[in-house]
Ligand binder design. Structure first.
Ligand SMILES: NC(=O)c1ccc[n+]([C@@H]2O[C@H](COP(=O)([O-])OP(=O)(O)OC[C@H]3O[C@@H](n4cnc5c(N)ncnc54)[C@H](O)[C@@H]3O)[C@@H](O)[C@H]2O)c1
Ligand SMILES: [Zn+2]
Length: 348
């Protein structure tokens, strides 16, 4: 098992545990834990897994209740948040209790939002059950629900622990692995080219534990350098400026939209900075089955959605571009650069 830690100055705030057979690791963690009760939040797809982890708390004599949210992105709504607040009210939940979210990135985002806001903050733990959650969404303390645009209401709130059980990830349907691989490849493009090489060598059947550990190492390093997201952390948004707009307007899964967004950013960087890696990006993403264009998207609606992007500042839209692999820069793109980005993903 490997342990990654997120620090706020000298205080450890979140531990990410990556390994196999993690229910036994949880059993050790729970021994000596003084939570009075635990709420385990899941989705239909993770109900059985959630039960397995809930049983660990139950066996330790902790009062444990479960709550099942609607699937995927449907859970990231304020109405759902309110339902869970009422569930916690009914159980007389206190700040000494624990909320455990078992699921993919959508589930950990909404669970984190609930934990970060209920009683102004209750301790949370996540079991990240998709590759995307394991390499990205569950790590870094960003939580959110969707309000018109993606993730427009949120709060920074770190889970005390994130459990990544590689046995669970190995069992994921291939299409879920492919979607999660997009964010892993993102960390490869911005910082660790060994991740790109691993996918180039072995495709989607590459060693997932290695990919998770390398990606989590990149993400925790970047978050530790910029805990409150004032600067350096913005590079984690590589592919997301256009990616989020495509996700909202086409309904594609987050990972697919990010893959397309990275291809767009690659073309923008080729135009603006002479980036030479655009073809390699397209090659590795398509090799593992990710889309590299969104011809179904409409230029005007995608641009309008980009105007809602959180990453804007007073000077306008911001994009992360690569000078070369491992060297991201944050720019305000001019119109020609944005047009190059859209043309590169066949949005005209
Ligand atoms: N907070 C962050 O920093 C951050 C970063 C990246 C992405 N995100 C968010 O993460 C979300 C995407 O995450 P995702 O790709 O995990 O999507 P998801 O949570 O919607 O999960 C995808 C699908 O897989 C199912 N699923 C989950 N675990 C499973 C398992 N073990 N076996 C079979 N099916 C399973 C889910 O029910 C869902 O249908 C988006 O909402 C995105 O905004 C957040
Ligand atoms: Zn993302």
């Amino acid at each position: 098992m490997r342990r990654h830690v997120i620090w706020n100055d000298t205080e450890p705030v979140s531990t990410i545990l990556v390994g196999r057979g993690m229910t036994s690791v949880l059993t050790e963690m729970v021994a000596g834990n003084d939570h009075r009760q635990v709420a385990v939040i899941c989705q239909p797809s993770t109900f059985t897994l959630a039960e397995r982890f809930a049983n660990v708390f139950h066996a330790a004599g902790i009062e444990t209740a479960g709550y099942t949210l609607p699937d995927g992105e449907e859970a990231k709504q304020l109405g759902i948040v309110e339902e869970v607040y009422r569930f916690l009210n009914a159980r007389h939940f206190t700040r000494d209790d624990l909320i455990v979210g078992v699921g993919g990135g959508a589930l950990t985002d909404v669970t984190g939002f609930i934990a970060g806001t209920y009683l102004r903050g209750v301790t949370a733990m996540y079991v990240a059950t998709t590759l995307l959650a394991a390499v990205d969404a569950a790590i870094g303390g960003k939580t959110a629900v969707n309000v018109d645009g993606k993730n427009l209401a949120g709060v920074f709130s770190h889970p005390e622990a994130v459990i990544v059980d590689v046995d669970i990830l190995d069992d994921l349907p291939t299409e879920q692995k492919i979607i999660g691989a997009a964010e892993a490849i993102k960390t490869g493009f911005i910082q660790d080219t060994d991740i790109i090489t691993a996918f180039e060598d072995d495709g989607i059947s590459t060693d997932i534990e290695n990919i998770v550990n390398r990606s989590v190492a990149v993400k925790t390093r970047i978050v530790n350098e910029d805990f409150t997201e004032r600067g350096a952390r913005a590079i984690l948004n590589y592919g997301h400026t256009i990616g989020h707009a495509i996700e909202s307007t086409t309904g594609r899964p987050h990972g697919e939209a990010v893959a397309i967004g990275m291809v767009a950013a690659g073309h923008a960087a080729q135009h603006h900075l002479g980036f030479a890696g655009a073809d390699r990006q397209v090659a590795v993403l398509s090799q593992i089955g990710l889309p590299v264009a969104a011809p179904e998207a409409k230029l005007e609606t995608t641009r309008a959605m980009m105007a809602l992007d959180k990453k804007r500042d007073s000077k306008g839209l911001r994009m992360v571009l690569l000078e070369e692999f491992g060297s991201p820069v944050l720019i305000h793109p001019d119109d020609a650069t944005v047009r190059a980005a859209f043309a590169g993903i066949h949005i005209v």
